[in-house]
Design a protein around this ligand. Structure first.
Ligand code: TIU
Length: 243
């Protein structure tokens, strides 16, 4: 049975707001957005923008648990990283200039050159290191679809549903969810797996996703997602046992 035929038959449900989301593990991917040292560790880009990075670190453990469940249930896992070529030719001058930062994008910081590919700060945090079979999308913008091959990869895998985790909620997570929504994907954002430097933005950004009957998608949490992923995995295994 191919992926598309299976998608018509193996639908599961996950508790979510504004209503349960039907999903098929075969056509579902976990998308981990920008869980990089530059955003989550002291001395990175987030820190240099004047933010308290500890506000994002509460997402690490729930993300790790969801990642483990996704791997166990064999759904597609994709990571993204925001950053630029070492010569910064893919960074808009407006982005480089913004903020009048003392140490900005491309400058030398405590974790190497800020938001530059190949530098220590650009790496995904060790707690969530990708495995060799998990694509890593390097993106120059806030949205994961902008000037990347994410859409192509998702189309080739027949992905329809995205379970979205990462940072920051109102910046790269929101931009990506909006891009995905316009491309026809169903997005489920896990509230405890996305983080903002601004608690009030975290709250409002999640409200914005589910307003008007789910204008951009669904919001749930790590516990519900893990339970749904592992439940479907158990069901699939029991079907295999019976054959
Ligand atoms: N500054 C901020 O909140 N976020 C970013 O610059 N990038 C991401 O959100 N990944």
């Amino acid at each position: 049975m191919d992926a598309l035929n299976q998608s018509e038959t193996a639908v599961q449900s996950i508790d979510a707001v504004p209503y349960p989301l039907a999903f098929n593990p075969v056509t579902t991917a976990l998308l981990l957005i920008d869980m990089q040292r530059d955003f989550l560790e002291p001395g990175g880009f987030g820190d240099m923008l004047g933010n308290d990075v500890s506000l994002l670190r509460s997402t690490i453990e729930p993300c790790r648990a969801v990642l483990q469940a996704a791997r166990q249930s064999a759904i597609t896992v994709i990571h993204t990283r925001e950053g630029h070529r070492p010569d910064l030719t893919d960074a808009p001058p407006s982005k480089l200039a913004r903020g009048h930062l003392e140490t900005g994008i491309g400058d030398e910081g405590p974790m190497g050159r800020v938001l530059v590919r190949g530098q220590p700060g650009h790496e995904i945090i060790p707690e969530l290191s990708p495995t060799d079979n998990e694509p890593v999308i390097d993106k120059p913008g806030k949205g994961a679809f902008y000037e990347t091959d994410l859409h192509l990869i998702l189309q080739n895998r027949h992905i329809r549903t995205l379970i979205v985790c990462g940072v920051t909620t109102e910046v790269c997570v929101h931009t990506t969810v909006r891009e995905a929504n316009d491309r026809g994907y169903e997005c489920l954002v896990l509230a405890d797996c996305v983080g903002s430097y601004f608690p009030e933005f975290q709250h409002v950004a999640l409200e914005m996703i589910v307003a008007q009957g789910g204008i951009f998608g669904w919001v749930s949490d790590s516990k519900s997602a893990i339970s749904a992923l592992l439940n479907q995995q158990e069901q699939r295994l029991s079907i295999v046992d019976c054959t």
